[in-house]
Design a protein around this ligand. Sequence first.
Ligand SMILES: C[S@@+](CC[C@H](N)C(=O)[O-])C[C@H]1O[C@@H](n2cnc3c(N)ncnc32)[C@H](O)[C@@H]1O
Length: 214
Amino acid sequence: MPRHSIRSTVSKFDLTPILREPDALPAELTSQSLFGNDSPLEIEVGSGKGLFMQTVSGKQPESNFLGIEIARKYAVAAAARLARAERTNALMVPGNAEPLFADRIPDGSLAAVHVYFPDPWWKSRHKSRRVLNETFIANATRCLASGGRFHFWTDVLDYFESTIETMAIVSPQLGPPIPEEAAAAEHDLDYRTHFERRSRQHAIPVYRVCYHKP
Ligand SMILES: C[S@@+](CC[C@H](N)C(=O)[O-])C[C@H]1O[C@@H](n2cnc3c(N)ncnc32)[C@H](O)[C@@H]1O
């Protein structure tokens, strides 16, 4: 039985090529070290069950995608989606994105960073646990290539507003946030992420922005 097989409909897939343990990653995370080519690399932080990873890797076969998801069971579920879809341009890491952005991603190397519906950590004393903190934002900005994009969507107004403020202070070189629009959903999985689907189906407002590195 392959190490990363999971039960149910995906048990026949060997996830080993798609689910990369943090301690088995190359020292530097690049398209060349992860995928063996020089295609643009985009990273999603907190992929959940992997809807975005599956959709975008199919729509943009000319790019590579790395999903970093700290909850192992979700990282495995996302990897299973990618295996089932036979993606060769997408990988999942079951781990914490923060140290990887701090130490392992070369400056100016990423075409995009995607952060969709990050955990809000509602209690005041827990807000320091938010992934979009000053250090992470500074590291993500440093890792973006010229022309790179930083996408941030949430349904938590307080998180949205505080992140916009932090971005302006920590990463003024990215300029002002550019609003992004929701696309019309044509079927049940036609949303950016599972959390976007949940919010829209419950008529919860979603705040969507993108920043561009000059
Ligand atoms: C609210 S869920 C949203 C999942 C998905 N982005 C979506 O929109 O459906 C936030 C996800 O971020 C993950 N996460 C939280 N902190 C993280 C970190 N430091 N590194 C990687 N993933 C993280 C959580 O485990 C969780 O799956």
